[in-house]
Design a protein around this ligand. Structure first.
Ligand code: NI
Length: 173
């Protein structure tokens, strides 16, 4: 299995648009496995290819709660497409492994339906609400080079970027 390192802002790959995969083959499955490992290690609930410096449209998620005795429930997607979004809005606090230790409330469509290719390359659909809805929209945003801080005022965004810069300097010491 590949060992991926998660990149953080202001890495340029986080601002780039990822490209569709042709098919979900063994190489893509190995990427999905490696991304899940990196996500579980972090730990986080979602990870997009851009965050491991790959620019293909692959994302992984797992919202299960192992500390509450729940079994892992990995969801792997290639070429995800939002085919429905509700007019109802949901506001939730979001964070991001590429923007460590920073959180802010983000407004998104409350319910979305996503069409994608699964781990086996089969077309599948997911209807999501609540945390899963925020998570899948957040990860699809990554594939389009969009971060949750892009929804904030520039003042708030710059504050967060400065805090991460400080944090990284501190960790490097
Ligand atoms: Ni993120």
């Amino acid at each position: 299995m590949k060992n991926y390192e998660i990149i953080t802002v202001p890495h340029p790959a986080l601002k780039q648009k990822a490209q569709d995969v042709q098919t979900v083959d063994d190489a893509i499955r190995a990427q999905m496995d490696g991304m899940l490992r990196a996500m579980y290690d972090a730990p986080g609930i979602g990870l997009a290819a851009n965050q491991v410096n790959l620019l293909n449209r692959v994302l992984v998620m797992d919202l299960s709660k192992p500390d509450k005795g729940e079994e892992p429930n990995p969801i792997c997607m290639a070429n995800p497409q939002v085919i429905y979004e509700s007019e109802d809005i949901s506001v939730m606090e979001e964070g991001c492994l590429s923007i460590p230790q920073q959180y802010a409330e983000v407004e998104r469509p409350a319910i979305v339906r996503v069409r994608y290719l699964d781990y086996h390359g089969k077309e599948a659909e997911l209807e999501a609400e609540g945390l899963l809805s925020h998570c899948v929209q957040h990860e699809i945003d990554h594939l389009n080079g969009v971060l949750f801080i892009d929804y904030l005022s520039s003042l708030k965004r710059n504050m967060i970027l400065k805090k991460v810069e400080k944090l990284k300097k501190h960790e490097a010491l």
